[in-house]
Design a protein around this ligand. Sequence first.
Ligand code: 5RP
Length: 234
Amino acid sequence: MTLTPLDRAKCAAACRAADFVEGGMKVGLGTGSTAAFLIRRLGERWREEGLRFRGVPTSTRTADLAREEGIEVISLEEARWLDLTIDGADEVDGSLNLIKGGGGALLQEKIVATASDRMVVIADAGKRVETLGAFPLPVEVVPFGWTATRALIEEVLVGMDVLGRTTSLRMNGDMPFVTDEGHYIIDLHLNRIGNARQLSLVLNQIPGVVENGLFLDICDTLVMGHGDGRVEVH
Ligand code: 5RP
């Protein structure tokens, strides 16, 4: 299979991070195209090296792929605590703060990552930014009263240090996109987030908001791949 430079970058990062997994570990498995490269590589190690670990998926998509690869899948309830989580990201800044949720799995991803001793992010170099916010920030909301929740989000954005303030309900064709937990996602088009910590706190205080896609002080290590196959570890 011929990979595009972007896929080569994702694959290089994912394959390097797959080496962090050791026998007997409990490992959080992220969601998205970069995480899919990781899971396929871990499947190879499972079959070829006899690597045995237990994986906790962050979405039904990831659970299906991990099972296809023959990886033992357990729930977070069974695992209780994880040695390591490896996941992709939509943006990463110099302090390893992230925007996640482009694939709609941010809630399970955040729960799994924060229940881990270590979180490793795998990303192509295009995800690295100076300041978070060019990628729309996903906010997971309860469907009940979502228009009122959206209005409240727009109201609090007025007082925030951001450059854009438009919002959109994420769609799946003609219908709202529905997360694995049965929620909707409102994407915030902010262009630049001046104070991510304040924004995250304020958003999560709105009653209909379940969680937002800012991952602050959660990621420990960034494994960044380049189109020529080079990998940097930060
Ligand atoms: C899913 C995520 C993904 O990790 C993020 O969207 C990156 O995806 P990809 O690896 O396909 O670029 O947060 O909710």
